[in-house]
Write a protein that binds this ligand. Structure first.
Ligand code: UDP
Length: 242
């Protein structure tokens, strides 16, 4: 694509469940997924190894069940299962574009996906397959943001691309409520934590900080942004210490 040079050679892309849904934010929209898949494939075609961690919020979130009287662990497991549906849909979207993929889940579901094995995931990436991580970390009380941080550390990803919908970076206050909200170009992890900015949960941020994995937060709805982020172009907010 245009002879651009990637800054990173192995990345994790975090897609929230919302990234798979249409305007209602619920369920799956194959045309939305197709658009995202195209951008992922464009990055893959730049010889960048890309693994995707999918969220599940378009179907279920642990806190939602808890608020209705479900015990949290059960509700969280339901959320993890939701991410697998997204992973399967994204896999279809990617394979329609002619690339090889593997869906690996942290909860065994051998009929639909491979079990997550770190060394195997790395092997797939080296063999030009796009890897999708489903079922979060396999543990309740965590999020898929934490999963992204964990998997990035495990597989030696050089950056986490946090693709967001409806926001184009990290602001000092909620831009939907405060018209004077200011967007940061760069931020340190500690600032993210101390200012309680809602980019990802504190566990995920701490993991990134401890392992020095930069985060790039950007708007998924601007076509081509994933590629720009991979090339180190200014897009959204860079969180890290570089
Ligand atoms: N979840 C979990 N452990 C994990 C990852 C996810 O229990 O390691 C559950 C949790 O209930 C969460 C749900 O799966 O609310 C869906 O994931 P998440 O909310 O991170 O999805 P997103 O907001 O990215 O769509």
């Amino acid at each position: 694509m245009g002879g651009k040079t990637p800054k990173y050679r192995r990345v994790i892309l975090k897609l929230s469940g919302e990234a798979m849904a249409g305007p209602s934010g619920f369920g799956l929209d194959l045309s939305v997924i197709g658009r995202v898949a195209e951008q992922v494939v464009n990055v893959h075609n730049m010889n960048v190894e890309i693994a995707v961690v999918v969220g599940g919020g378009n179907f279920w979130r642990g806190v939602k069940g808890e608020s209705q009287g479900l015990d949290r662990a059960t509700s969280d497991y339901m959320g993890m299962l939701a991410t697998v549906m997204n992973g399967m849909a994204l896999q279809v979207g990617l394979e329609r574009l002619g690339v090889e993929t593997r869906l690996m889940t942290a909860i065994d579901m051998r009929e639909v996906a491979e079990p997550y094995i770190r060394r195997k995931a790395i092997h797939h990436l080296k063999n030009r397959r796009i890897v999708i991580f489903g079922a979060g970390s396999g543990n309740p009380y965590f999020t898929t943001d934490t999963t992204a941080a964990l998997r990035a550390t495990e597989i030696g990803a050089e950056a986490i691309l946090m693709a967001k919908r409806g926001t184009d970076g990290v602001y000092d206050s909620d831009p939907n409520q405060n018209p004077d909200a200011v967007r940061f170009d760069r931020l340190d992890y500690m600032e993210l934590l101390s200012r309680r900015l809602k980019v990802m949960d504190a566990t995920a941020t701490t993991l990134c900080m401890d392992n020095r994995i930069p985060l790039i937060v950007f708007d998924l709805d601007v076509y081509g942004n994933i590629e720009k982020a991979v090339c180190g172009e200014k897009v959204g907010t860079f969180v890290g210490r570089e």
